[in-house]
Design a protein around this ligand. Structure first.
Ligand code: DC
Length: 245
């Protein structure tokens, strides 16, 4: 499909609900908060980081981590699907070419490859229309790094989550423990987070940054429920104003 045709198609999809953009660095509780918020409001949850992770995992399996042309090609052709399977935890599953790879794409190695891949302009442009289509009909929450700045600059509600590096490293460590992986030290996890932050913030294309019109939430001292309550109140207020709820 040509990019022009795809862009036109996005504008033709009728919008039936608000679009919510949630951005922020790793470990701020973005994924957990988005998942809960989507469940509470009955919205679709689009985990855009999983797209970059899926490409990274696929390349790693084949020893092609540094092949930029291949990464760009995969961004166009790799079949990545999100499916909700309520009896599994997490219930938001990621299928690559028909196989459930939800856990495999969450390892620290894949995180680093995903971050490197996400700096390739051809990869980003190939994933842009796909992400827009995923949210175009509204009633959707997209989480990532550039949702409020690039993918949906006109999103109805935008949040930017932040938290101290220590708190984020603590959370990442518990996640890895829960996955039953060999767990690195706290210092190692902290270093990985800082490396990834710096790469995500300093890349030339669509760097991680707060959209001016987004609501900043520092989650360091907040519980997940508190974060979700704050976001839900705002989304419901905007939905009511727009007559979509
Ligand atoms: O959210 P995450 O940790 O699953 O994201 C993995 C990597 O993908 C992250 O290092 C940055 C990149 N990413 C991005 O550049 N843009 C997005 N919208 C989402 C993720």
């Amino acid at each position: 499909m040509s990019p022009d045709f795809a862009a036109d198609l996005v504008h033709r999809i009728p919008k039936t609900g608000v679009v919510v953009a949630i951005d922020g660095p790793a470990g701020t509780g973005k994924s957990s908060a988005t998942k809960r918020l989507a469940e509470r409001l009955g919205f679709t949850h689009v985990d855009t980081g999983a797209l970059y992770r899926s490409i990274g995992w696929w390349l790693k399996q084949r020893g092609e981590e540094s092949n930029e042309a291949r990464a760009a090609e995969l961004a166009r052709v790799l079949k990545i699907e999100f499916k909700r399977i309520p009896y599994l935890n997490p219930s938001n599953r990621v299928f690559i070419e028909g196989e459930d790879r939800s856990e495999a794409i969450r390892t620290p190695e894949v995180s680093l490859i995903a971050s490197q891949i996400s700096a390739i302009p051809e990869v980003r442009s190939a994933l842009l229309e796909l992400q827009r289509r995923m949210g175009a009909s509204g009633g959707a929450i997209l989480e990532g790094r550039d949702i409020g700045t690039v993918i949906f600059p006109d999103a109805d509600v935008k949040f930017f989550l932040t938290a101290s590096v220590e708190e984020r490293a603590k959370r990442r460590l518990s996640e890895l423990e829960a996955l039953g992986k060999d767990v690195p030290s706290f210092e190692e996890v902290r270093r990985q987070i800082e490396t990834r932050d710096s790469a995500d913030r300093n890349r030339k294309v669509a760097p991680l940054k707060q959209a001016e019109d987004s609501i900043l939430i520092d989650t360091s001292e907040l519980t997940l429920d508190e974060v979700v309550d704050m976001m839900a109140q705002k989304v419901i207020a905007v939905s009511q104003r727009e007559g979509t709820q």
